[in-house]
Design a protein around this ligand. Structure first.
Ligand code: IMP
Length: 518
């Protein structure tokens, strides 16, 4: 038997030796964007503006986390340890949070009762419901509009047509022209535009629509075809999101990007549901992804859908190649390094995150050289600080996935808990019995645990935390004279050094007795 002579290294064991920082190299000039999936002949791979994704875990990524992350340029991956319908609902909630031209509107008919409209408002979260003479698939003519919430003192049997605001259909440009010519009071303008809708083949651009929303203080504009049938709507809240979060990562319909995790068991039903719900990328979740189950799942998705696939987790070059040759568009690496993970103790499988990243990045670079195809890598497990991320990127990762880091944030699904005056959130592994409860209920499965349930200190909102995190990564890159992630990798060649125990101690506060805050 031959033993590998690698010593498994963690990311925390490395330090950068700075390279020359050129004058004028300010942190705002540093580009942190990263390819998430490989480019194809038929379409370009997905790119994020910040190289971070949140772990597909019950205690980390729901719709709120995904929206908050996409607004900052990263991406959430919705967990698959739940019923298929629930996962699809979460993806739809992210997709609903923002849009450009909204064409998947929930609509009602003139005879729909207000009780039904009210139920629709609470179940979908939409507050503006068009009244049409068609249905969701084929809207028909736009007759009016109901804005929630519906007053509770109205008899619920009242029909939509008795309550809706009716529209007079006229070309929007005519209305806008008249309004600009008139010197009307603001209030009149609001009424005037809201009483009309755009008429004519929908050649209005999103920028033009947004300009009208701003100029005339509109909450929305319905757009209809020449024959008066509803085409889509544009909402002011989406324009505001565009202004407030300029780094947002969006799909072609201007909705936030979101990933969906699937497993290697129920993928034949789960994948169609999450794709239909709007998932931009599928992450096939497995604690050991070097398996024929993984290959079959990749092939199923590739044969039936156009959506990009991230496969993993793996920790060796041969496993990397196996996934790429099976069709993976990106590979996720790491085993046993997660903060709540007990896989190494339970199964004896795993590898230090630095070694796994480095070894697979080398295999990826060889593959790139040989085939011309660049496979993005996501380093996953045990990463929670700016320096961990910088080291992982320098070693060849394109992005990182983080669980604990995001579990501490306001937007993670668990409730805030107060313990002895401090605020915490619960964080549990996907391999813990707590996470597997949904499965046990369904299949009565019992397996040994690979993860624990823990508390993590509450750290506030995602936006504030990510600003701080990216400032640290940018500072490292400035010291390394690196303008982008690829450049960081090149600049770090020969400038990443293993540190000894005592050198690590030296890098911490030492030989002082009192540490003052602030
Ligand atoms: P963290 O960022 O160090 O908290 O690690 C998060 C990663 O740990 C996830 O993205 C998974 O790859 C992995 N993970 C999640 N749950 C478990 C578990 O129960 N056992 C082992 N690994 C887990």
């Amino acid at each position: 038997m031959e033993l590998t002579d690698h010593i498994s290294r963690t990311l925390a064991e490395f330090r950068f030796i700075p390279r020359l920082t050129p004058t004028g190299m300010t942190s705002d000039r540093i580009d942190l964007s990263a390819k998430l999936t490989k480019d194809k002949d038929e379409y370009e791979g997905l790119t994020l503006k910040l190289p971070v994704v949140s772990a597909a875990m019950q205690s980390v990524t729901g719709p709120d986390m995904s929206v908050a992350l996409a607004q900052q340029g990263g991406m959430g991956v919705i967990f698959c340890s739940q019923n298929i319908e629930d996962e699809a609902k979460m993806i739809k909630a992210v997709k609903r949070a923002r849009a450009g031209f909204v064409s998947n509107l929930e609509v009602v008919n003139p005879t729909t009762t207000l009780r039904e409209v009210s139920d629709m408002i609470s179940s979908t979260g939409y507050n503006t419901i068009p009244v049409v003479d068609g249905n969701k698939d084929k809207y028909g003519r736009l007759l009016g509009l109901i804005e929630g919430p519906i007053p509770i003192n109205l008899p619920s049997s009242v029909k939509s047509e008795e309550f809706m605001r009716k529209f007079i259909q006229r070309p929007l440009e005519d209305i806008v022209h008249e309004l600009r010519a008139e010197n009307s009071e603001d209030q009149d303008i609001i009424r005037a535009v809201n009483d009309y809708v755009y008429h004519g083949e929908s050649n209005i651009t999103l920028d033009e629509a947004n300009e009208i929303l701003e100029e005339f203080y509109q909450k929305f504009i319905p757009i209809v075809n020449k024959d008066g049938t509803l085409k889509f709507m544009v909402f002011h809240k989406d324009l505001k999101a565009h202004q407030d979060f300029p780094d947002s990562v969006l799909d072609p319909g201007k909705r936030y990007l979101v990933g969906a995790a699937v497993n290697t068991h129920d993928y034949e039903t789960r994948v169609p549901a999450v794709v239909e719900a709007g998932a931009d990328v599928i992450f096939i979740d497995s604690s050991d992804g070097y398996s024929e189950y993984m290959r079959d799942t990749i092939r199923f998705i590739k044969d039936n859908f156009k959506v990009p696939v991230v496969a993993g987790n793996v920790i060796s070059d041969e496993a990397f190649l196996y996934l790429v040759e099976s069709g993976a568009d990106a590979v996720k690496l790491g085993m046993g390094g997660g903060s709540i993970c007990i896989t190494q103790e339970q199964k004896g499988t795993g590898r230090g995150q630095a070694t796994a990243t480095f070894v697979i990045a080398e295999a990826r670079d060889k593959y790139h050289k040989k085939t011309g195809t660049y496979i993005p890598l996501i380093s996953d497990g045990g990463i929670a600080t700016g320096k961990d991320i910088s080291v992982a990127l320098a070693m060849g990762a394109d992005l990182v996935m983080m669980g604990k880091y995001f579990a501490t944030c306001h937007e993670s699904p668990p409730e805030l808990i107060e313990r002895e005056g401090n605020m915490y959130k619960e964080y549990w592994g996907e391999g813990s019995s707590r996470a597997k409860e949904w499965l046990n209920k369904r299949y009565g499965q019992t397996e040994f645990e690979e993860g624990v349930v823990a508390y993590v200190p509450y750290a506030g909102h995602v936006d504030k935390n990510l600003k701080d995190l990216s400032a640290k990564i940018r500072a490292t890159m400035t010291s390394m004279g690196a303008l982008n992630i690829q450049h960081l990798r090149e600049q770090s060649n020969g400038s990443l050094e293993l540190i000894s125990e005592s050198s690590r101690d030296e890098g911490k506060v030492h030989d002082v007795t009192e540490i003052k805050q602030g």
